[in-house]
Ligand binder design. Structure first.
Ligand SMILES: Nc1nc2c(ncn2[C@@H]2O[C@H](COP(=O)(O)OP(=O)(O)O)[C@@H](O)[C@H]2O)c(=O)[nH]1
Ligand SMILES: [Mg+2]
Length: 419
């Protein structure tokens, strides 16, 4: 049966072309036609959920992507089967595929991703429409104790039978190739744990690119059966806002340190926090940790509530002594349960999908615009005139947009740019 399902999915692509050539006057809805055709080719196939799955994959990709060759198809099949079978090597390889800059591999990554999305949606519908995994973002200044915290929480969760994946978004690796996070080093035990998967941030790319691939990596981790996905990011630049937009719960980790170290924490990000954890609440740091907890508790009271189901809380924990760690997780669980019960978590995910769609459109459209020959030609001159005050920025923008839209449909290079 898996073999047959396999070959039927492979068939989805050629099928799509085949269907497109059917007379358009046909009164049968296109989806039904796919199923009927499949039944003709594979007798015994019933138009059930798997039929829907094939239809979804082929419809979503449409003629956008060139049909995979035999070897490409074998690679995709191998990755997909390995991934949903929960193999860590297949998951790692699949994430590498979504991180690639190679144009064709990027397309194949979308084919794989689309399959995993369809698979995951089926899992969700079997789960009463509720998400099958819990996504938690963890942010805080460098040295706050994020990695140490993830190591301890991660081990506790795998011991309880969960499968935990840890993804990292490091803005410093995008610009300098260096790392602010020190990544795996403090997760030595968790990285040896067979129920855990740790993936450091890619060492290059734009922040936009890295956050996009992180979003896609989350989907792949969930497809591989990881029911808890932790995304670690450092509280520098915009990465923490990007992470807040891709998780179910956003957690801010704050060290019990003096004012200077806490200066860097942006007010905007405190507003996004569903939970604040004061770290290193042990030994000499216990007293300052209590003080910071009290300060943040009163600060949070002044902020507008993000959710009807949940009031942000401030807790203390120590990764050294494990004190407070089970309680922090219990808080996270009660957040998830409250948000699920009111449908807020599902709503948040839907809203996030839309935010991401528009983020990607904006990035690509801007790139498209900047690379357009007419724009490139006119830009230096117009920029100069604007800076000299000779024309207004509004007029210059209008002129550039006019140049772009009047010839963008006829320009051969206008469709070849990518970010
Ligand atoms: N006292 C104490 N130190 C901690 C604790 N957790 C982490 N640290 C120390 O804080 C430093 C930064 O930890 P790390 O987990 O790498 O922070 P990250 O940069 O936020 O990931 C390291 O020297 C840790 O040993 C804790 O619970 N108690
Ligand atoms: Mg770290």
């Amino acid at each position: 049966m898996p073999h047959m399902y396999h070959s039927m999915r492979r068939f989805g692509f050629s099928l799509h072309r085949h269907i497109s050539s059917l007379p358009s006057s046909s009164t049968v809805p296109s989806g039904t036609r796919t199923c009927c055709l499949l039944q003709r080719v594979f007798p015994g196939t019933s138009p059930g959920p798997s039929c829907q799955r094939r239809r979804d994959v082929s419809t979503a990709l449409g003629s956008h992507i060139q049909e995979p060759s035999g070897s490409e198809q074998r690679l995709l099949d191998k990755l997909y089967e390995g991934l949903i079978g929960g193999q860590r090597a297949s998951l790692a390889e699949s994430i590498t595929l979504v991180e690639t800059q190679h144009p064709r591999k990027k397309e194949l990554a979308q084919v794989l991703l689309q399959r995993v999305l369809v698979y995951r949606r089926e899992q969700e519908s079997r789960n009463g429409g509720k998400p099958v995994a819990f996504r938690v973002g963890l942010s805080g200044p460098p040295g706050a104790g994020k990695s140490s915290f993830i190591e301890v929480v991660g081990k506790m969760l795998t011991a309880r039978g969960h499968k935990v994946s840890v993804l990292a978004v490091d803005p410093s690796s995008c610009t300098t190739g260096g790392s602010l996070m020190g990544d795996k080093t403090r997760m030595t035990e968790l990285s040896r744990d067979m129920s855990a998967f740790i993936r450091p941030s890619p060492a290059s790319g734009t922040l936009g690119g890295v956050t996009r691939t992180t979003n896609e990596a989350i989907v792949l981790c969930e497809g591989a059966g990881y029911d808890i996905v932790l995304v670690e990011t450092v509280g520098v630049g915009q990465s923490e806002f990007a992470v807040a937009d891709m998780v179910d719960m956003f957690v801010l980790l704050i060290p019990p340190a003096g004012g200077d170290e806490l200066q860097g924490i942006k007010r905007g990000i405190i507003e996004r926090a569903d939970l604040v954890v004061v770290t290193k609440s042990d030994g000499d740091l216990l007293v300052p940790a209590r003080r910071i907890q009290a300060e943040y508790t009163s600060a949070l009271k002044l902020l507008r509530r993000q959710s009807k189901a949940w009031n942000p809380k401030v807790v203390r924990a120590s990764s050294y002594t494990s004190e407070g760690i089970p309680e922090v997780w219990a808080k996270m669980e009660s957040y998830r349960d409250a948000m699920l019960a009111r449908g807020e978590l599902q709503g948040r995910r839907r809203a996030q999908q839309k935010v991401w769609l528009w983020t990607l459109i904006q990035e690509n459209a801007l790139c498209h615009f900047q690379n357009h020959p007419s724009v490139r030609e006119a830009l230096p001159h117009l920029e100069e005139r604007v800076t000299k005050g000779a024309i207004s920025p509004g007029l210059a923008a209008d002129l550039l947009l006019k140049a772009f839209s009047s010839s963008s449909s006829s320009s051969p290079s206008s469709s070849s740019s990518s970010p």
